[in-house]
Design a protein around this ligand. Structure first.
Ligand code: COA
Length: 260
């Protein structure tokens, strides 16, 4: 499938989606959001895809936010719809059931960082700038930032970023737990691919189990979350991949996971 605002490329079981509006610093307009929704839906359906890497085209930006020019022309009802569509996209990424790695190759601002927060892992180039500057436009984050940011980094950091609206550098984002790793800009994509390739060799159902337990479990009471973990654990114990993983360990060989 071809897109107007995205590039899609497969390398083994890793699909790389690149938001491709570099002249607008990959800002998220309605078309990008619609195409990302289709692209992630397809990645979810395709068993050959085990990991998705998400990045932005060009040397300057992952995504510099929602498209301000487009937003400025929307009426309140259209803006509400825009927020809901963005939120639905972010939730579908978070619930994809396969690891999504965001490679932050520059500005990750506003809706761009909200998109990155919906991914399961974030790698940042050392020159990345990260923030929620919506307040400077008279707005608040509208794609889930007010909910995911405090869950990731705590209330104090979330309020600092959203109230002051000042971007932070990749090192500070790492200290706050907002990104998993900081890499030299020139090494970012190689680092993201290496991590994605490692994950793609693991048992897909176990990866799904981790994502479901952590993402859904975060919204449960502890006892309920522990019970959910046990149920997922028990289901995984009946998979062919669990038998393969344990047998390979005993045979002192690398496992080959078929996804069943
Ligand atoms: N929406 C729409 N267009 C955007 C955009 C956004 N969020 N961010 C950047 N662009 C566009 C600029 O308007 C410019 O387009 P033009 O060449 O047609 O004028 C182009 O991308 C390049 O951006 P520019 O501002 O010239 O680059 P810069 O290096 O001087 O500054 C930023 C980079 C990221 C600091 C600046 O673009 C910026 O502040 N962007 C908005 C960030 C923001 O508020 N995001 C949250 C939105 S809710």
């Amino acid at each position: 499938m071809s897109y107007r605002t995205l590039l899609s490329a497969d390398q083994g079981a890793v699909r790389t989606l690149t938001i491709n509006r570099p002249d607008k610093l990959n800002a998220l307009n309605r078309e990008v959001i619609a195409e990302l929704s289709v692209a992630f839906g397809q990645a979810a359906q395709d068993d050959a895809v085990r990991v998705v890497v998400l990045t932005g085209a060009g040397p300057k930006a992952f995504v510099a936010g929602a498209d301000i020019g487009e937003m400025a022309a929307l009426d309140p009802v259209e803006l509400r719809d825009f927020s809901r569509r963005g939120q639905a996209l972010m939730r579908s990424i978070e619930r994809l059931g396969k690891p999504v790695i965001a490679a932050l190759n520059g500005f990750a601002l506003g809706g761009g960082f909200e998109l990155a927060m919906a991914a399961h892992l974030r790698l940042a180039a050392d020159n990345a700038r990260i923030g929620q500057p919506e307040v400077k436009l008279g707005l608040i984050p509208g794609f889930g930032g007010t909910q995911r940011l405090p869950r990731l980094a705590g209330r104090a950091a979330a309020l600092e970023l959203c109230l002051a609206g000042e971007p932070i550098d990749a090192q500070r984002a790492h200290q706050l737990g907002l990104v998993n790793q900081v890499l030299p800009a020139a090494d970012l994509m190689a680092g993201a691919m290496a991590l994605a390739t490692r994950l793609a060799a693991l048992a897909p159902q176990a990866l799904r189990g981790v994502i479901d337990a952590v993402v859904l479990g975060a919204d449960m009471a502890t006892d309920q979350g522990l019970d959910y973990e046990t149920q997922l654990f028990a289901v995984l114990a009946s998979t062919a991949d669990m038998r393969e993983g344990t047998q390979a360990f005993m045979d002192k060989r690398a496992p080959v996971f078929g996804g069943r």
